[in-house]
Write a protein that binds this ligand. Structure first.
Ligand SMILES: CC(C)(COP(=O)(O)OP(=O)(O)OC[C@H]1O[C@@H](n2cnc3c(N)ncnc32)[C@H](O)[C@@H]1OP(=O)(O)O)[C@@H](O)C(=O)NCCC(=O)NCCS
Length: 293
């Protein structure tokens, strides 16, 4: 009987990878859910569409970092990573629940790490024991992450002066700021995010910073700043834009400024997965984006 095998991913594979990802992460979230947390829900069609858009962009931008595992006609695993200059990140990685524990995850990880070619790297990890085992054995340090959830108490919102709407002219200094926080700029990923998200910036000398916000929910998607005060102002701006329950995630221990803002806004603090790092110090003040890191 033919065995599942690993091959480079093509853009045509992305819709099948999205379905595999939805099933894999739903099951992973179910297994890691604590009793106090709400039931996990299947990914919506809208979120699935965003996943396809984002991953198609990544496969087109750096195809050598994108791999799939296939079993006959079926796509059963995926690992999507990217090189950006001397920096590497892993955007997503999974193997269908029924196929886990057979070595496919290891082969996918070997393929994306060969593409990384020893570059320093960064990604956000679940608590799945197979994932954390794979990452630590590959030399990544695992930094526990926190997250803040709830509905902002609007009576706590402060006036936040000195911020502006950002645009394409900001990308140059934003890339340099990224470089100082996590060793490399986001490069083309900024252009991608700018087309889909709202950008708020602080352009003041010595207090540079930016945050991308989801227009619909106001949720912050990526935040970088020169100092915790600017980072806090940007996060307050994001919380002011939130509607209904919100989520601030990818908070590592070097970013307690974000915990302080979230607590002041009466959000609840919880734990969630790890930020995995290789060859880099813990970025701060910085809140990584799940897929663009
Ligand atoms: C992480 C994942 C991709 C690994 O894929 P996989 O095909 O199961 O991986 P492998 O079979 O190569 O196993 C990986 C290693 O972890 C171990 N492992 C796998 N599943 C495990 C489990 N449930 N508990 C403990 N160890 C486990 C394996 O023994 C192996 O270690 P070894 O090579 O030293 O023996 C897969 O488990 C998965 O999709 N998990 C859910 C989604 C997820 O969390 N993805 C990570 C996103 S950051």
């Amino acid at each position: 009987m033919p065995q599942p095998w690993v091959r480079p991913m093509r853009v045509e594979d992305v819709p099948a990878a999205e379905r595999a990802s939805a099933v894999t992460f739903l099951e992973g979230d179910r297994l890691s859910r604590r009793v106090s947390e709400p039931e996990v829900r299947p990914r919506s069609a809208a979120v699935g569409g965003q996943w396809i858009d984002r991953m198609s962009y990544l496969v087109e931008t750096d195809p050598g970092g994108c791999w799939v595992a296939v079993d006959g006609e079926d796509l059963v695993g995926f690992a999507i990573s990217q090189n950006r200059g001397r920096f590497w990140y892993l955007a997503t990685y999974g193997v269908l629940p029924g196929q886990q524990g057979r070595g496919l995850g290891r082969r996918l990880m070997d393929a994306v790490l060969a593409h990384a070619d020893g570059r320093p790297g960064l990604f956000s990890s679940t608590v799945h024991p197979g994932a954390t085992r794979r990452y630590r054995l590959a030399g990544f340090l695992l930094y526990p992450q926190m997250r803040m959830v709830g509905t902002v108490d609007r009576s706590t919102l402060p006036a936040v002066p000195g911020l502006s709407e950002g645009d394409g002219n900001d990308i140059g200094w934003m890339d340099r700021l990224d470089e100082s926080r996590r060793g490399a700029g986001h490069g083309p990923d900024h252009e991608y995010m700018l087309r889909r998200l709202r950008l708020v910036v602080s352009r003041r000398s010595g207090r540079l910073g930016y945050v991308y916000l989801d227009e619909e929910t106001g949720q912050p998607k990526l935040l970088a700043a020169q100092d915790p005060r600017t980072a806090s102002a940007l996060l307050w701006e994001a919380l002011a834009a939130s509607r209904g329950p919100t989520l601030v995630n990818c908070i590592t221990t070097a970013n307690h400024w974000a915990v302080d803002v979230g607590l002041a806004a009466r959000l609840d603090l919880g734990q969630e997965g790890y930020l995995a790092l290789r060859g880099l110090p813990e970025p701060a003040p910085y809140l990584a984006s799940g897929h663009f890191l």
